[in-house]
Design a protein around this ligand. Structure first.
Ligand code: PLP
Length: 343
């Protein structure tokens, strides 16, 4: 019997564990749209506490929560300033333009790290000829920059530069949990100063579905209305939020294992003549193809054939993500298979 492939395409490929499924099956539920689901309300309050915000709202996806965050902070005809390779730029179907009439204003950086200085330089001088800024978005960790962590001081700089320009900040924290673990600081420290914060449960935490958007308490009614407009009102959502509560109790503390595994993968590939691994800060390793003529388009299926699943992240760049369904042994096997397949 051949072994199952090692699936490193994303930290979203995890299957709910037996313990998580049990928690979901046993969840206390109610109609969340009519009169609040008690388990969902518990999760929202817990997330608001973890992030140091007044309140939070559960969403089916990070994309919908990001879109709602931007809607809360902007007006049509304004610009959203953010790092040029942010998720909101590339992977949300131009949602802020299509949904809210907001223009993306990408800020190119050499390393994926938006800073206060870079943001300050990007603000336009007020003029009747140019669009007004509407809000700023930051991403921590930064997916396209290989799971790069934004330290608290950098976030403080962004918040300060935004405030000086009269702007508020949305934080896309799909993997904020990973950043907090990598830095050894509470998630609330990394969210400080942000007006809206998105966090996901369906990535490193192993849930089947779900994100939260956190915000100041007085924003709840507007956030509920926007979620409703996007079709995000859910009924017995406690089935899903029980999984998220279970994940906060059981899976948050083990994220360091994923970071160790990412480092191990990069270390095992460091002598490989055909790929150059990034130095992972969290659970993402970028692999640059260094052999002449090698392309992601050709190499991704070649690796799949060999038993390792990764995704393309550019013409000559692959992304491998560690997660709770891949063990240290599988990581070591994956490294061996990559070295052999690309020899
Ligand atoms: C940084 C970032 N933001 C937002 C999202 C969107 O989350 P979802 O897939 O739940 O819509 C993702 C998904 O991978 C992400 O990596």
């Amino acid at each position: 019997m051949t072994a199952a492939p090692v699936d490193l395409r994303s930290d979203t490929v995890t299957r709910p564990s037996p313990g998580m499924r049990r928690a979901m099956a046993e969840a206390e539920v109610g109609d969340d749209v009519l009169d609040r689901d008690p388990t969902t309300r518990r999760l929202e309050q817990r997330v608001a506490e973890l992030l140091g915000t007044g309140d939070a709202l559960f969403f089916p996806s990070g994309t919908q929560a990001n879109q709602t965050g931007v809607a809360l902070l902007t007006r049509p005809g304004t610009e959203l300033l953010l790092e040029a390779d942010a998720h909101l730029v590339h992977y949300e179907q131009a949602g802020v333009a299509a949904n809210w009439g907001v223009q993306i204003r990408p800020i190119a950086t050499p390393d994926g790290l938006l800073t206060g200085e870079r943001l300050q330089a990007a603000f336009r001088a007020p003029s009747p000829h140019v669009p007004r800024a509407g809000a700023v978005a930051a991403e921590n960790t930064h997916n396209a920059a290989g799971g790069k962590v934004m330290p608290p001081a950098v976030m403080d700089g962004i918040v300060a530069a935004a405030a000086a320009a009269g702007q508020r900040v949305h934080l896309d924290g799909a993997r904020l949990w990973n950043a907090a673990v990598a830095l050894g600081v509470p998630p609330a420290r990394l969210a400080r100063g942000a007006a809206t914060v998105m966090v996901s449960f369906s990535k490193g935490l192993g849930c089947p579905v779900g994100s939260c958007l956190a915000f100041a308490g007085e924003e709840r009614e507007r956030a509920l209305a926007i979620r409703r407009r996007l079709g995000g009102g859910m009924r017995q959502s406690g089935i899903l939020t029980a999984a998220a509560l279970y994940a906060l109790d059981h899976n948050l503390i083990r994220l360091e294992e994923d970071h160790d595994n990412a480092r191990r993968l990069a270390e095992l590939l460091s002598d490989c003549p055909t790929v150059r691994p990034s130095v992972p800060e969290t659970n993402i390793v970028m692999l640059d193809l260094v052999r002449d003529g090698a392309t992601s388009q050709a190499v991704v299926p070649q690796l799949a054939q060999a038993g390792v699943l990764v995704v393309s992240f550019g013409p000559r760049r692959l992304r491998a993500v560690t997660h709770l369904d891949v063990s240290r042994r599988e990581i070591e096997r994956a490294a061996q298979l990559i070295v052999t397949a690309l020899r």
